[in-house]
Design a protein around this ligand. Structure first.
Ligand code: NAP
Length: 329
């Protein structure tokens, strides 16, 4: 089975990741590329410089408008910036498209699954039978944390979390933050990232009482968001059991984009690092290390994931694979 898909926001950082990751995909074929009026009618390589390693595989494809009447595919992956997503995505959903989005506006909306397919695949049922819907994948910053906490929450219950991020510059899109802010500097996140990190995991983990305090900081690395997590559990399990629970955790479905192991738990004290660990599992795995007793809470650890793959395009593709696996698409 092949399903044609369109990419909304195809010219941006995440849009290009979609194009890259969908080359040779077993189910999805990129049929249409869409972007803003600035890009419409241009060849893809004219509309935006290719910013990933290797050749632009769709260089000659002509960019279409983000207008439902211009798109033939029934599935659209959205890499639109937030302001555009707010109006464009509901228009596509109303026109009967399955919209799998990276953008933030509808993540917390009632009835919109906020999905990590290995963690809360049952939320995909919310869109079964709908003629047109939005399904979101979460903010990139907390995905490593939320995936690592999922097996701990299921078995022991997580009550509270303090988390600090060390976020890559690609997370801000292109051109992203100014060189002035990023070269030789670390830059506290000026936007609402901390609110997203504090709220979204509650919806994903079905944990409305979970308290999360987040501090988010951009650091001068290209890809890979590292988080330092301190978590309070209901009990104090041995550290080896916590490590084993993370290392054994995989989703219930074997999806093409979901790596096994999903969480790699390292022993080295100087890992994970974006340079060595962001690409693990083709950018879809989470790397954890330093699982240690916390003097204030129960346990502390570092976790890292690729922001533009697991945290964006790859996550949305895995969500779509889940919909295929469940017979929803
Ligand atoms: P980006 O590089 O700034 O790309 C934005 C895209 O949106 C471009 O293709 C742009 O097209 C298009 N666009 C802007 N205004 C538009 C309009 N009015 N109508 C139609 N298209 C419009 O941003 P990005 O980093 O790829 O992020 C895309 C989305 O993913 C954002 O919502 C972001 O928050 C989210 N996200 C990003 C990451 C990451 O790691 N970067 C991770 C998770 C989630 P033109 O080129 O034609 O202007």
């Amino acid at each position: 089975m092949t399903i044609d898909v369109a990419i909304l926001g195809a010219t941006g950082m995440v849009g290009q990741r979609f194009v890259q990751l969908l080359q040779g995909h077993p189910v999805f074929r990129v049929a249409e590329l869409c972007a803003s009026e600035r890009s419409v009618g241009k060849r893809y390589e004219e509309a935006a410089a290719w910013r990933l390693p290797g050749e632009n595989p769709l260089a000659d494809q002509v960019v279409l408008p983000c207008d439902p009447s211009a798109v033939r595919s029934s599935v659209v992956f959205s890499a639109l910036d937030s302001a555009a997503a707010r109006t464009v995505e509901p228009a596509f959903a109303a026109a009967g498209f399955a919209v799998l989005t990276n953008a933030a506006p509808f993540r917390m909306a009632e009835g919109v699954p906020l999905l990590i397919p290995e963690v809360n695949p049952e939320h995909a049922e919310w869109v079964r039978g709908k003629n047109g819907f939005i399904m979101a994948n979460p903010n990139c910053t907390h995905q490593a944390m939320t995936i690592a906490l999922a097996p701990l929450h299921r078995r022991w219950g997580v009550e509270a979390v303090c988390v600090a991020s060390y976020q890559a510059v690609s997370g801000a899109g292109y051109p992203g933050e100014s060189a002035w802010d990023m070269i030789g500097n670390v830059h506290p996140h000026p936007g609402d990232e901390e609110e997203k990190v504090a709220s979204e995991p509650r919806k994903i983990l079905d944990a409305p009482d979970l308290r999360i305090s987040a501090r988010c900081v951009r650091v001068p690395v290209p890809d890979g968001h590292l988080v330092a997590v301190q978590a309070k559990l209901r009990t104090e399990p041995p550290l080896d059991e916590l490590r084993a629970a993370m290392a054994a955790f995989v989703g219930p479905y074997a999806l093409p984009s979901s790596p096994r192991p999903l969480i790699r738990v390292l022993e080295q004290r100087d890992r994970p690092t974006p340079k060595l660990d962001a690409d693990r599992g083709n950018g879809m795995a989470v790397t954890v290390s330093r699982v240690e007793r916390c003097e204030v809470f129960t346990v502390k650890f570092f976790a890292l994931a690729h922001n533009a793959i697991r945290g964006a395009a790859g996550g949305a593709i895995a969500n779509a694979e889940l919909l295929v696996e469940k017979g929803i698409l």
